[in-house]
Design a protein around this ligand. Sequence first.
Ligand code: AMP
Length: 358
Amino acid sequence: MSLPAGSTIGIIGGGQLGRMLAIAAARLGYRTVVLEPQADCPAAQVANRQIVAAYDDQAALAELASASAVVTYEFENVPVAAATALAASVPVYPPARALEVAQDRVSEKTFLNGIGIATADFRSVDSDDELTAGLKAFGGSGILKTRRMGYDGKGQRVFRNMETGGFAGTCKAMGNVPLILESFVPFEREISVISARGLDGTIAAYDPAENVHRDGILHTSTLPAAVPPRTAEAARAAAGKILSALDYVGVIGVEFFVLADGSLLANEIAPRVHNSGHWTEAACVVSQFEQHIRAVAGLPLGNPRRHSDCVMENLIGDDVLRVPALLAEPDLMLHLYGKAEARPGRKMGHFTRIGGRQ
Ligand code: AMP
């Protein structure tokens, strides 16, 4: 059953991803209501209505449920309890199970390994002694990350060739929260696949993007990725496996490390539209945002075919000063997020240059 035009889609989270979802929803004839504690957020600027409240505010969630024909979200740290409670009165897509898996790096990797998708070796770490033992097991190198609430490289510490110990105080310095130690992956490049699953179980995957990070934040996504066809196909297939295993509805982003022999290790699942899929706005007829709205609204998925090569680049902080020069370029699509203040590290917008690798 598809949502009739004029229906309202609820979006939890009011950042740029919510904004782009709201714009796509409007293009398909839908209305949107955004739940977000920050007033005049990027999504609310283009949505029909905002409920200004915390994501776990019971009254606000009830209001969102009664105002919406379906509820979705733009970030993976939506409280699982809130998504589960909402799902009792309104369809919530992607399913709460996807949030549960993606919110904890240990459950994420356990889930991936369980369905036959390889990841870096990992161990959960709750003490400095466990860290010492883990690093020893991984030959002295590894990345220590918070299990929950980490993003854009925050809450991470890299160890190289440090087998001997002397890690007293590390867990405390990381905030005494549950941690994961991952073995250090000697990757050649990083790619991600944006894929979607419709209400009818149909799957549509975009081409993998090759991603370059700077200071832990995505800098560029380049299409095509410099990987052999079998690597691209393996990435698409892995994303499809994840979507089916989670009985998923909507768009998912899956990040991978590519090793020298072309094999893949999955790094992260994002149960939402993803920064490394912004290029689809400019280089595909149906963007990841429209695809997500189509999926949650029960419409047929669009064709994920890429009609152009392209490079997407994020505008972080003062990068917005480049806007006048970017606007002068002929084959460039610019997208700004309506954020007033350009703080360092803040994603202010992005652009996609059509044609060729940089
Ligand atoms: P994440 O927050 O897990 O996406 O990690 C941020 C970035 O750190 C990744 O995009 C990689 O560039 C790097 N990284 C994360 N985990 C590993 C790993 N196990 N081995 C090598 N590099 C990693």
